[in-house]
Design a protein around this ligand. Sequence first.
Ligand SMILES: C[S@@+](CC[C@H](N)C(=O)[O-])C[C@H]1O[C@@H](n2cnc3c(N)ncnc32)[C@H](O)[C@@H]1O
Length: 279
Amino acid sequence: MATEDTHGLGYHRVDDDPNVDVLIATMDGTAGWDATLRLRSWERAHLGLAHGERLLDVGCGLGEAALGLAQDLGDGGEVVGVDVSERMLRVARSNAGAARCRVRFTVGDACSLDEPDDSFDAARSERTLQWLADPAAAVAEMVRVVRPGGRVSLIDTDWSTFTIHVGDDALAALVRNGMRTERNRPSNVGRRLHDLVGAAGCVPLARTEATQTWTTWDPDESPAPLGCFSMESLADDLVATGRLATADRRRFVSTIHDAARRGQFLMSLTMFGVVAVAP
Ligand SMILES: C[S@@+](CC[C@H](N)C(=O)[O-])C[C@H]1O[C@@H](n2cnc3c(N)ncnc32)[C@H](O)[C@@H]1O
């Protein structure tokens, strides 16, 4: 994978993206993040799924999280994964072989689910709201299809928490300030999950957060830190928003790469989770 291949990763329309294979590989990378594993295990404990229940995963991607929860549903349960990307679902279907319960991975839009009212015991959505124009509409749809008293679980990133420390305070401040503002997508939705479920009439049961930290990365081995975008892509974004001069782009990238080669690399990102009871 060339460094340029991680440029501008985005999950709005995976199937139309020329980098679809990179998008899929990156999702695999994020599934291995410590923070992802911690949040999924926390979610499992708070969802408290029982044998025979039906679970919906909205924006299910490669389906690992849904299939991981399938073991709690027993033979009589069912997992349904909905995603706008057929390419993601192809991988999800190929991963579904070992599940004991019924599994259905189907193409659909988070904001207009093709599922009946009150037809699930629980619905979850992970790192998908940040790619939607209207996250509240997607949460309303999840609430519509979950029975009263069922559970709704949201996990999402807050990109305003993203930091890079490479021994250069000005660079760290540039990145922090550049990521603070949402532009064409709700990239900071993680911090709003609790409010979103509350506004949809749910009663929050539990909330948490988990920070992913990267302490090592060899830019000569891998174009980007595991499951993340490249530093070229970050620089382009900062240039596009007028925070970084085009003339300084190359120096920005090489400062980070050189520090990482010296072992002086610390990057972090916080994700949030909430589990709530549906009205
Ligand atoms: C960052 S991935 C997260 C996948 C998975 N939930 C996970 O955590 O591993 C975002 C997913 O949302 C899907 N997606 C984006 N817009 C969507 C929409 N409007 N409706 C359903 N899925 C959507 C993408 O295709 C992608 O699979």
